[in-house]
Design a protein around this ligand. Structure first.
Ligand code: MG
Length: 203
């Protein structure tokens, strides 16, 4: 099982980090050890002083495929979940400055938070999914799939040109603006529309 993450898929988030907009999807991987064991809190790693939350809609692949045409991509997933792509922003900035890969800043243990619940896509309007993140009961991020630069089907088609997709693979589809840091004691709650999808306790 692999975890593929899309970067800069929302214009206003790319802008807030001072990044240019991609002309094709930008993606990177996290190892499967980045998934937080169920019920565990998230421990801030010792090597960073600036861990950021990034709330994202997540596709779970339910059929293996490669070189998937965009018009058939909808056959490769049936559910959408919610995740947090935790990022060591200080380490990422350093890597970017040096032109080095970001994995160190993106793939640490617990960096891929994922909802237990996934929503069947037949119950969603895929081009209009609203989602949000609350930190200590205050809304910090709000996004909508209609604002994605690249939609779910395009992303699947694009990634599958490079990597074979397998059942259970997760694709984090990018975060909207409003990313920020967490500290020990924070409680994050993620929602799709009004439905509570995940809670993360930061230690
Ligand atoms: Mg992200």
């Amino acid at each position: 099982m692999k975890i593929i993450c899309i970067g800069r898929n929302y214009i206003n988030h790319a802008k807030e980090l001072g990044n240019s907009l991609p002309i094709e999807p930008l993606f990177f991987l996290k190892p499967n050890t980045a998934i937080q064991p169920k019920g565990h809190p998230f421990f801030i790693p010792f090597f960073s002083n600036d861990i950021h939350y990034e709330v994202e809609l997540v596709i779970r692949i339910n059929k293996a495929g490669k070189h998937i045409e965009e018009r058939f991509a909808h056959n490769y997933y049936s559910e959408i979940g919610l995740g947090i792509d935790f990022t060591a922003r200080d380490i990422q900035k350093e890597c970017k400055k040096k032109g080095l890969p970001w994995e160190k800043a993106k793939g640490f243990d617990g960096s891929a938070q994922i909802s237990r619940v996934f929503i069947d896509k037949s119950n969603l309007d895929l081009n209009n999914i609203s989602f949000s993140l609350h930190k200590n009961s205050k809304q910090v991020q709000i996004g909508n799939s209609k604002d994605m630069c690249f939609n779910f089907d395009f992303i699947i088609s694009y990634i599958s040109k490079f990597y074979t997709l397998k059942i259970g693979d997760l694709i984090y589809t990018g975060t909207p603006e409003g990313v920020g840091s967490v500290k020990s004691g924070d409680k994050l709650k993620g929602f799709i529309s009004k439905q509570e999808m995940l809670t993360v306790l930061v230690k």
